[in-house]
Design a protein around this ligand. Structure first.
Ligand SMILES: [Ca+2]
Length: 368
């Protein structure tokens, strides 16, 4: 449960504990380009409409960490082959999520009371039940004091926080309808995707899309260093002093920064994006085993999640792309290979999603 996450977490940003590993050799494998794009800025509920998506032709690429900021869980690098698929050009916006909620009456995880019977399964045995007021609907907000305070204190549980008021009661979505929806759990993202006739990406699909054809590069824009013109990250002294050099201290409208080579916006920064895979730190080692030359075809994640950062939770899912809270000093996960995890029922102000859709017709055509 999200409250369990609050209790147990050592912070999303405590990832350097995983260590840094040298880059593997750069790949020379070429990826295939975008097949076509479609009309932007609308969605088709329960339809096969692909407005606002691009179709990526299936192909091979090298998945995994590049450069000195890559972490242990991004290795070993390995080749992956994917079918063709459609992918949203942007993160799902507040406006789009509102359409979903208005049409379905869907109630997000953060808007529901916390079920203690479920929560206690994700806590050490014998953990006493919190006071009833602690089990009211709510979510986590980022409220750091200074860098010296423990990471876990940077996140505060705030009753009444949800996608409509992502920084807590009193915050609004005014002027932010074209920003990514946030404070949505994996379950919420999945419900939206089903309603839209889509699904959530595998992390292999997400990384393939994020690379935009720049295989073997550190960033979605190539090997050049991060600049505030590239994407919405955190500039200044982390965690309390974002200088907003990129123009934003929180989320940004989804098309504010340049798209990648496949015409996809926000594949670095703005908000993290849920993927369908369960997270395990050694997923790639399990995948390729003792045959490092093999090509993994449409790889799926493991059958359950496993992450020492969430030791009592088996439903940790992968998130990709980094967010406006990424700062090089603590979390360089705005790289396309960067991996992060979160319990699937946890929402954050810097976590959203985008959807994908199958395209079997394309593969049939390409095979002719
Ligand atoms: Ca993003």
């Amino acid at each position: 449960m999200h409250f369990a996450h609050f209790i147990m977490t050592t912070a999303m940003t405590a990832t350097l504990a995983l260590g840094q590993f040298p880059a593997a050799a750069l790949s020379t494998i070429q990826t295939d380009p975008v097949v076509s794009s479609n009309k932007p800025d609308s969605i088709g509920p329960n339809a096969t409409c692909h407005d606002g998506m691009v179709l990526l032709r299936g192909g091979e690429f090298t998945m995994g960490g590049v450069g000195p900021e890559a972490r242990r869980d991004e290795f070993p690098r390995h080749r992956v082959k994917l079918k063709s698929f459609w992918i949203d050009t942007t993160e799902v916006t507040n406006s789009q999520f509102k359409q979903f909620v208005d049409q379905t009456g869907y109630v997000t995880t953060a808007e529901q009371p916390i079920d203690w019977e479920i929560l206690k399964q994700q806590l050490p045995e014998g953990t006493p039940k919190p006071a009833e007021e602690k089990l009211l609907p709510g979510s986590l907000i980022f409220a750091p004091t200074d860098a010296q305070s423990p990471h876990r204190t940077w996140w505060q549980w705030r009753t009444g926080t949800n996608w409509r008021c992502p920084e807590g009661p009193g915050s609004t979505l005014n002027d932010r309808w074209d920003h990514p929806v946030a404070q949505v759990s994996y379950d919420d993202a999945l419900a939206f995707a089903k309603w839209a006739g889509k699904r959530l990406p595998t992390e292999a699909e997400w990384e393939y899309a994020a690379r935009g054809g720049l295989d073997g590069k550190i960033y979605v824009w190539g090997d050049g260093d991060y600049s505030a013109k590239n994407a919405n990250m955190f500039q200044g002294i982390f965690p309390e002093g974002d200088t907003k050099e990129d123009g934003y201290a929180g989320t940004n409208p989804v098309k504010s920064f340049p798209p990648n080579g496949y015409g996809l916006y926000g594949m670095a920064g703005n908000v993290w994006e849920w993927c369908v895979d369960f997270y395990q730190p050694d997923t790639y080692a399990q995948r390729i085993g003792l045959t490092p030359d093999m090509v993994a075809v449409d790889p799926a994640g493991p059958s359950e999640g496993k992450d020492n950062r969430h030791p009592y939770c088996r439903t940790v899912r992968v998130m990709r792309g980094g967010s406006f809270l990424c700062h090089r000093s603590v979390c360089a996960s705005y790289r396309p290979s960067g991996r992060m995890s979160s319990p699937q029922d946890t929402g954050f102000p810097h976590v959203g999603f985008r959807c994908v859709a199958d395209s079997q017709e394309t593969d049939k055509l390409l095979s002719k």
